[in-house]
Design a binder for this molecule. Sequence first.
Ligand SMILES: NC(=O)C1=CN([C@@H]2O[C@H](COP(=O)(O)OP(=O)(O)OC[C@H]3O[C@@H](n4cnc5c(N)ncnc54)[C@H](OP(=O)(O)O)[C@@H]3O)[C@@H](O)[C@H]2O)C=CC1
Ligand SMILES: CC(C)(CO)C(=O)C(=O)O
Length: 306
Amino acid sequence: MKIAILGAGAMGCLYGAAFHRAGAEVLLIDVDQAHIDAINAGGLELETRAGTEMLPIPALRPDQLDAPVDLVVVFTKTFQTDRALGGIAAAIGPDTQLLSLQNGLGNDRRLAEHAAPERVMVGASTMPSDLIGLGKVRSHGEGGSRLFPAFEGEADFAVRVADLLTAGGIPTTADPAIHQVIWSKAIFNAAMNPLCALTLRTPGFLFLHDESRDMIRTVVDEGVGVARASGVMIEAQPIHDLTHVSMTDHANHEASMLQDVKAGRRTEIDAINGAILDAAHAAGLSVPVTETLYRMLRLQDAKIST
Ligand SMILES: NC(=O)C1=CN([C@@H]2O[C@H](COP(=O)(O)OP(=O)(O)OC[C@H]3O[C@@H](n4cnc5c(N)ncnc54)[C@H](OP(=O)(O)O)[C@@H]3O)[C@@H](O)[C@H]2O)C=CC1
Ligand SMILES: CC(C)(CO)C(=O)C(=O)O
């Protein structure tokens, strides 16, 4: 299978490495020329709990992709998706499948702007990953992914993709309840990521303080209420459990939103807390802690653009 990873940052490199280990033909696509050059010069350096690997995966700029691939895996930030897919139009042929494992809500809709709905797959990942330098990624922690066609597509291709990732070291399943999975992950991120970004601390710090643990519990309960009012029937306890795993097993992982704030980049607050807030308004619900965190991160983002 020929796979283009669109956005060779922390997660793109981690997933590109798994596809590569499983024998797929992988191309890492990014806009950062220095990062591309570093990968092409010495290989992708991936540090996990199992050790450090140097993987000879080619990296390219979007304009260097000139023929259709079988699968595009989108791992840009959510607000970069549309532009990034527009930049690789030549790689999206009539049979090309698109997959997003990005955080947040609405990724299905964003991908369906660039391919027929039956060729759009979505999902979520609980793998942690940090970009630690040019051509260098670190992932310390267990996790996995779930994916499935977003709309009415056939499950066969999703199963093949999941099997490849599992063979490459990221346990992945094709899960028909994918929209419940995505809502649960978005609620988890709405609770964890803004608090990491605002305190400039990792989940282990949040575990030490009643203030953060209380807010995390409340945001999860608020989000589950919104999901259920929107017709997505999920339970709160598995999400509470996931926040506990994050604060203990992934205690030192820099949540992606923390990585963004530290690097002076815009965050994905609109696709996470903002999307839950929009759904709350549509359902006539109030979600005060989710909304406060949303407003705080919007202010943080405003510092970058002003
Ligand atoms: N990091 C993590 O642990 C996790 C992240 N996620 C989600 O995965 C997604 C990716 O996150 P993450 O890997 O951390 O993000 P990164 O910022 O590390 O990676 C995104 C990459 O995409 C590149 N990019 C931007 N625009 C384009 C474009 N037009 N064409 C090609 N590449 C482009 C960026 O370059 P540049 O920096 O120059 O803009 C960057 O290298 C997000 O939705 C995130 O929420 C999900 C689970 C865990
Ligand atoms: C790694 C994980 C699951 C937890 O923080 C994440 O989604 C993120 O960093 O955005």
